[in-house]
Design a protein around this ligand. Structure first.
Ligand code: HZT
Ligand code: MN
Ligand code: MN
Ligand code: MN
Length: 382
């Protein structure tokens, strides 16, 4: 069998695999900067760290699920696969290995599989026939959550070696950002250095040379409990945020960098698939009965985690929807649009650079422990 007694392909929930044992820790790095060197030996820091053992166990279980799911996905992601089939296969394995249980543990947000000039927030809606091609550059971005503790990590899939320099640029940029991160690190300094690394690369496509650009309006983010975006953004370019913003002890971050052969700027485009209840959403009296039913389903099934249209059509979609001429979607779409219009649900449309360009992404989730920095989502793949 595979690692830790896991079957191949993996079928044993990670919690079962490690019953009575500690989950594997992520990559440990020191906090950068002379001012932090005391943390490696400080007894007070270690004592504070021990108070978080339960939190770290949830994060480490989620990270191990992420590694095993992505390793399984990498075994079947090949040219010719239909994206909706790929997403469903990956999501079902995610549910299986996390031992999904309502809002307590499960998938954290939709499986992003954005292609080429689309940088993020694309997953197929029902009826989408898109098939992966040899010349595609696909960003696979998915999450795992245990008691609302989210692991958000992504990598880029390509088959044509002509994109290698683009993927290397982004992978090195993300690793640089992760290395510079730490308690008291300034977010703007991280952004500036990420851009320097990114823009030291170029890609040759069809005889033309393109400088790799950091996508200036995409960024990493802090992560809260049941909250994928915790309020702090980590820029990936110079002058990306207020100089006074720093990272603090105990915070959890996802550093994600994006490289592009296009403009280095994304806009919202194409049909929306990703949605999420606003964390601080207003209490709005709803008129439409179908909106009330849909909101009740969203609260029960997703809470404040992101979801996609496909998941509203799953069998546990509740009795809220009846099969109409286009199946269930014609029932919930009106209600979903209404919930967005009144400001309860926020849509997250695909984020696109210019058509014909190529974008890549790598993303890691880490925690700023009192005595060290733990890159939770690190694997032997990335
Ligand atoms: O772009 S974000 O909205 C963002 C906002 C400010 C800084 S980062 N976002 C959080 C999110 C929002 C909606 C989702 F359905 C899933 C995630 C980043 C992200 N997307 C995928 N992985 N990480
Ligand atoms: Mn909770
Ligand atoms: Mn992500
Ligand atoms: Mn993210």
């Amino acid at each position: 069998g595979g690692a830790y007694g896991q079957t191949d392909p993996p079928t044993i929930p990670v919690a079962e695999l490690f019953k009575g044992k500690e989950f594997p820790t992520g990559e440990i790095q020191n906090h950068p900067g002379e001012g932090n060197s005391f943390r490696e030996t400080s007894e007070e820091a270690r004592a504070r760290d021990r108070l978080n053992d339960d939190l770290y166990a949830k994060l480490r279980e989620g990270a191990e699920v992420h590694r095993q799911v992505r390793s399984y996905a990498q075994s079947f992601i090949k040219p010719g696969i239909k994206l909706v089939d790929m997403c469903e296969r990956l999501e079902n394995k995610n549910r299986e290995l996390v031992a999904e249980k309502g809002l307590e543990r499960g998938i954290a947000f939709p499986t992003g599989c954005s292609l080429n000039h689309v940088a993020a927030h694309y997953t197929p809606n029902s009826g989408d026939e898109t098939v992966l091609s040899y010349d595609d550059v696909m960003k696979v971005d998915f999450g795992v959550q245990i008691d609302g503790r989210i692991i958000d990590s992504a990598w880029t899939v390509s088959f044509n070696p002509r994109y290698d320099a683009l993927l290397d640029a982004v992978r090195q940029s993300t690793d640089t950002g992760v290395r510079l991160a730490g308690i008291d690190a300034r977010l703007c300094d991280i952004g500036e250095t990420i851009q320097e690394v990114m823009e030291s690369f170029e890609v040759e496509l069809d005889g033309k040379t393109y400088p790799v650009k950091a996508i200036r309006n995409l960024n990493g983010h802090s992560i809260g409990q049941h909250q994928i975006h915790g309020g702090k953004s980590i820029p990936i370019v110079k002058n990306g945020c207020e100089e006074s913003l720093i990272m603090e002890e105990g915070e959890i971050f996802a550093i994600e960098t994006f490289g592009s052969t296009g403009r280095g700027f994304v806009i919202e485009d194409m049909e929306c698939s990703h949605y999420m209840k606003r964390f601080d959403c207003p209490h709005v009296p709803l008129r439409m009965q179908s909106s009330k039913k849909l909101l009740a389903h969203i609260n029960k099934t997703f809470g404040t985690l992101a979801f996609c249209r496909r998941w509203l059509e799953r069998e546990d979609g509740g009795s809220a929807f009846v099969n109409g001429p286009q199946g269930k979607q014609d029932k919930y779409m009106g209600a979903l649009k209404n919930l967005c219009d009144v400001g309860i649900i926020q849509p997250y449309p695909p984020l696109c650079d210019v058509k014909g360009c190529y974008t890549a992404q790598y993303e890691q989730t880490f925690v700023l422990r009192p005595n060290c920095k733990e890159i939770l989502s690190r694997g032997d793949d990335y």
